[in-house]
Design a binder for this molecule. Structure first.
Ligand code: 5GP
Length: 194
């Protein structure tokens, strides 16, 4: 997505540890005009898949998922909550996710009330790196018996293994920008997509 790539080049900051900071428009301050174009692009890709629910993970995925849902005729958005508590109730689906940015593990939970076998779920997230967040969300969809339509990612770091790992499982992953290299001098290159 050209608009997104331009925004990343203009406002993205390459940090140590292969972290791209995009607080200016995605992860702290949110550019809603851009989010709206992102939502339309996800609809272009998944609009014919009869999606009934969007699933994401707190915190950064929520804004993108909500604006995207507006392009999908206002379908509900469910976000997985990160839980530190070992005291998780029976009425939830749960999985464990390793945080790319902080390193630690989080249990993530979604109430059984909000995902059902009849649902067709599109997972939305801001970044794809090693794939742990996406795998955790995929496990929750599987536990619910719902159908996974695919995953829409805003920024995939294509030089990290998550994208290949998850596509090799047969899951449709569509990333609006794929970064193929990120360098210490702050420069980065994008994969050309059809
Ligand atoms: P994964 O689970 O695929 O390793 O990492 C994905 C999650 O980690 C995303 O939900 C995102 O919040 C965070 N993340 C991974 N890489 C980056 C990055 O380069 N920049 C930012 N801001 N977040 C990232």
């Amino acid at each position: 997505m050209e608009l997104l790539e331009k925004k990343i080049l203009k406002d993205g900051v390459v940090k140590a540890g292969n972290v791209l900071k995009v607080d200016n428009f995605l992860n702290h301050q949110m550019d809603i005009a851009l989010f709206s174009e992102i939502g339309k692009d996800f609809y272009r890709l998944f609009g014919d898949c009869n999606v009934t629910k969007i699933l994401t993970i707190e915190a950064s995925g929520i804004g993108i998922a909500c604006v995207t849902a507006q392009s999908f005729n206002n379908i509900p958005v469910v976000f997985a909550k990160k839980s530190k508590s070992k005291n998780i109730s029976d009425n939830v689906y749960t999985s464990t996710v390793v945080s790319f940015t902080h390193g630690g593990e989080n249990d993530i939970v979604v109430s059984r009330d909000y995902l059902n076998p009849g649902d067709r779920v599109l997972i939305i997230d801001d970044f794809l790196a090693n794939g742990s967040a996406l795998e955790g969300l995929m496990s929750i969809v599987e536990q619910s018996g719902a159908t996974l339509v695919g995953a829409g990612i805003v920024i995939e770091k294509g030089f990290q293994p998550g994208g290949e790992k998850i596509r090799s499982k047969g899951v449709r992953v569509e990333s609006l920008a794929i970064i193929d290299s990120m360098n210490d001098d702050g420069s980065l290159t994008f994969r050309k997509q059809g």
